[in-house]
Design a protein. Structure first.
Length: 431
């Protein structure tokens, strides 16, 4: 088996390598290819990955490459964790929003849109290579904005088996399990539990939790409400959560408490990108240590908890036909029969040797669906803009997004976004 990681120079990669090392008894991995366009980072991160594998008696080979097509050729699985423009582009996305009095964030609002415009053409080129040199390969996309990118794959590479993956679902699941274990004193294996969640990536509401098929939500939700009431500065106001009867994904704070989140941004620097840039300096320094063979503790500051767990569980469940249930982003195909079947949604799905199958789900209430529908329309317009260099679609996407500028400011923000990202958006240069 050959598995390829596009964006192999990411500081996340050692965690992913550890995930594959932990599953050598079930995944007959022979070659792990790490591909990146940044040779220096690839040498540092890839060299560390090779030492990690060697320290475990080299159950598989780690191959480094700057050639995307060569790296993908013959791969059974391809994972994407790339960042077009790297961390400086993320910082630019954040300050783009701040300049215009808007939320500046990596995946949400105008920052997320800029990232999508840079990223979608690259991801579609990866899908093209899979089609041509790794037919039948599964593409697991971790690149943000994960749901929007997966929607682009759904629309423009429907023949490729592609799934969008985010760690919010598994992190929420593991946190709930830890709380249950603390309350009961009993260890619960994570595969026995299923989180019932629905929405779009970074726009979901958690509404159920079963263990061996038994619904635990009433107890979990009641405990959550009590914990909010006990906090001096709770992350959610109790009235909103009680009204919904669900726990919102924390990214929904950008929509529910926009003014509060923007006020926090006014205190920059450092923005989150600037914090991560400092963390990555330390990580790359540590990875360069020729004696290091285990990921350093500082990696946890980078974020992305349970990233490797989710990635390797998904691949393992598909390869070994395990039928495990994971929260993923995928075309729902009528799983939510009241909503359009061709929408990519984030929801629980069964992963087996035949593919990834969304589980039937009840729709969210109107208070949630209204926001989902608006953001989905923004996603579809952004995809058209990214694929065709369509400036009118780009204008309408900004006009549509609930965190976008007022109508009289759309052109100003759009011009700034295109200027700031000029080198990464060649599709717009002649339009």
């Amino acid at each position: 088996m050959k598995i390829t990681v596009i964006g192999g120079g990411s500081t996340y990669t050692p965690e992913l390598v550890n995930g594959f090392l932990a599953r050598t008894d079930t995944l007959p991995l022979k070659e792990l290819w790490l591909m990146d366009i940044d040779q220096e980072r690839l040498d540092i991160v890839g060299g560390f990955a090779q030492r990690m594998v060697k320290a475990k008696n080299e159950p598989f080979k780690v191959v480094l490459s700057t050639n995307q097509r060569e790296a993908i050729a013959g791969a059974l699985y391809v994972t994407t964790q790339l960042r077009v423009g790297m961390m400086p582009a993320r910082r630019a996305d954040e300050y783009l929003g701040l300049r215009h009095g808007l939320i500046g964030q990596e995946t949400t609002g105008v920052g997320g849109m800029a990232k999508a415009l840079r990223t979608i053409p690259v991801i579609l080129s990866i899908a093209k290579d899979i089609r041509e040199v790794a037919p039948g390969g599964l593409l697991a996309n971790f690149t943000n904005p994960a749901g929007l990118v997966t929607e682009a794959l759904n629309r423009y590479a429907p023949d490729i088996l592609a799934v969008g993956v985010c760690n919010v679902g598994i992190t929420t699941k593991m946190e709930i399990l830890q709380q249950l274990e603390k309350a009961t004193g009993k260890k619960i294996e994570d595969q026995r539990a299923v989180l019932n969640t629905l929405g779009l990536n970074h726009l979901t509401w958690h509404r159920g939790f079963t263990i061996d098929g038994e619904e635990m939500w009433p107890m979990i939700f009641a405990a959550y409400i009590e914990s909010l009431k006990a906090e001096v500065e709770p992350e959610w106001d109790v009235r909103t959560v009680e009204s919904l009867g669900m726990i919102p994904n924390y990214y929904l704070q950008y929509y529910y408490y926009t003014e509060k989140k923007f006020e926090a941004q006014k205190k920059w620097p450092p923005s989150r990108a600037e914090e991560v840039m400092e963390i990555e300096k330390d990580l790359l320094r540590d990875y360069s240590n020729p004696d290091l063979t285990e990921p350093p503790a500082i990696l946890m500051k980078r974020g992305g908890a349970y990233y490797s767990t989710l990635a390797t569980q998904l691949i393992n469940s598909h390869y070994n036909n395990l039928g495990q249930i994971h929260v993923v982003n995928i075309r729902n195909n009528g799983a939510v029969k009241e909503w359009p079947a061709d929408w990519v949604l984030e929801l629980p799905a069964k992963v087996d040797g035949e593919g990834i199958h969304p589980l039937p789900a009840n729709p969210l209430p109107p208070a949630c669906f209204g926001l989902i529908a608006q953001v989905k329309m923004y996603e579809l317009l952004t995809i058209e803009a990214a694929v065709h260099g369509d400036k009118n679609a780009m204008y309408q996407a900004l006009l549509t997004h609930p965190l976008g500028p007022s109508a009289d400011k759309v052109q100003e923000v759009m011009d700034d976004m295109l200027k700031t990202n000029h080198q990464w958006l060649p599709q717009f240069r002649n339009s």
